[in-house]
Design a protein around this ligand. Structure first.
Ligand code: PGA
Length: 266
């Protein structure tokens, strides 16, 4: 159904310096320019810190300012209060982001837990993003306690509910080269820990998410995220219902990120 697999790098609050951002971009650009087979099979996106979004855009752009590599850019966050401008210190609006990026993450567990982002805030963010023409990577996932208590599906069902109201906005847009929505399933206990669910757990959870989305008449790629690396990417890529991955730590080194892209080309 979804022809291309997605590999999205979430750089979080990394790297520390402009020099490091530049050299990471240069390494990625070097690898992805010499080996171009990935372009048929995988859509690649990078979500740097907002401070570095313009720099990454500049580095990956061709001399004439157009991207010579089809790498999408994503913001890690978007303002909830207003979609354009306003007196919201520290925020960046969907309209501002849409000048540089095609995507924004919404609902990452680090935003839910460190910044108290609840369904009301996440709904406003998604609405602003869609209205400004940004596509959304909506992240969901259960905590370790919820997983151990067998509540994964119940939690995911409740986190996904707010998407029902966006079915219309998500539907296919003529001429748009990528979907409006991606859902990323990221168990909180798997993020940055080296732990992952079993492959059959991933498959059954993805199937469950797909069924819920189709109840809302939404069709969206479903990505797995949480400790994806160059060693486990191939087996995760082989899972039924996994349309790609959202990668944190392993996206900060060009060789491991490239290996993950290769795993999804196989
Ligand atoms: P990780 O992070 O790959 O470092 O576990 C994934 C994420 O938080 O998106």
């Amino acid at each position: 159904m979804h022809q291309k697999k997605w590999v999205i790098g979430n750089w979080k609050m990394n790297p520390a310096t402009i020099d490091e951002v530049w050299s990471l971009c240069e390494s990625l650009k070097g690898e992805l320019t010499t080996w171009q087979d990935w372009q048929q099979k995988v859509a690649v996106a990078i979500a740097p810190s907002l401070l570095h979004l313009g720099l990454v855009d500049y580095c990956l752009a061709g001399d004439d300012g157009t991207h010579d590599l089809p790498i999408f850019l994503a913001s890690q966050d978007v303002a909830s209060h207003d979609k354009t401008i306003g007196a919201f210190t520290g925020d960046s609006s969907a309209t501002q982001i849409a000048e540089l990026a095609e995507w924004t993450l919404v609902g990452h567990s680090e935003r839910r837990y460190h910044y108290g982002e609840n369904d009301e805030i996440l709904t406003a963010k998604i609405k602003n993003a869609f209205e400004a023409g940004l596509s959304v990577v909506f992240c969901i996932g259960e905590t370790k306690d919820e997983y151990e208590q067998g509540k994964t599906k119940e939690v995911l069902k409740s986190q996904l509910q707010l998407l029902a109201q966006f079915a219309q906005a998500v539907s296919f847009v003529e001429g748009m080269p990528f979907p409006r929505l991606i859902v990323a399933y990221e168990p909180v206990w798997a993020i940055g820990t080296g732990l992952t669910p079993t492959l059959s757990e991933i498959e059954s959870t993805h199937q469950f998410i797909g069924e819920l989305l189709s109840d809302f008449e939404i069709s969206a790629p479903i990505l797995y995220g949480g400790s994806v690396n160059d060693k486990n990417a191939r087996e995760i890529a082989s899972c039924q219902g996994v349309d790609g991955v959202l990668v944190g730590g392993a996206s900060l080194k060009a060789p491991s990120f490239i290996e993950i892209i290769k795993a999804f080309c196989a």
